[in-house]
Design a protein around this ligand. Structure first.
Ligand SMILES: [Zn+2]
Length: 52
């Protein structure tokens, strides 16, 4: 489980299966990706099983 800001969550969603953990509203988190305090939420990052 990672805390990500909305921007990084969107970026990671391109490469990973990013699932928002339900129950949380947008709140200030320390983004695990960019390390900044931003609005975001908790996400579960999984592996995408797509092959290109
Ligand atoms: Zn971020």
């Amino acid at each position: 489980m990672l805390e990500l800001c909305g921007r990084c969550a969107a970026l990671m969603a391109e490469d990973y299966d990013v699932r928002r953990i339900a129950g949380g509203r947008d709140c200030k988190v320390t983004c695990a990706q960019c390390g900044k305090r931003r609005y975001g939420g908790k996400y579960e990052i999984g592996r995408k099983c797509s092959r290109k």
